[in-house]
Design a protein around this ligand. Structure first.
Ligand code: FES
Length: 106
């Protein structure tokens, strides 16, 4: 099973196995990782699943959809590495991906 590393804003690291086909957001929620609210449940309609993707991984992710780009405008303190974690689905190619959580959502 692919592993995903979540780094909380306070630096706490969680390395968890996430089923293929689940989103990075779903992996966080299922593992009780704090810092991803996911208010809309993964419909790309809330921007409270915002994460910063590690530089080594940003180019390996699928392109952002227009909907994700638009919704990211509502996220807190976005950077070039910002993504909505409900729009990134885990597969073997993303084994080892690292995401950091922002100070807060929304
Ligand atoms: S969970 Fe709402 S946009 Fe990702």
């Amino acid at each position: 099973m692919p592993k995903v590393t979540y780094i909380e804003f306070n630096g706490t690291e969680h390395i968890v196995e996430v089923d293929k086909g689940l989103s990075i957001m779903e992996g966080a929620v299922q593992n009780n990782i704090q810092g991803i609210d996911a208010d809309c449940g993964g419909s790309c309609a809330c921007a409270t699943c915002h994460v910063y993707v590690d530089d080594d991984w940003i180019d390996k992710l699928p392109e952002q959809s227009d909907a994700e780009k638009d919704m990211l405008d509502f996220a807190f303190e976005t950077k070039a590495s910002s993504r909505l974690s409900c729009q990134i689905f885990v597969d073997e190619n993303l084994n080892g991906v690292v995401v950091s959580l922002p100070e807060k959502q929304g």
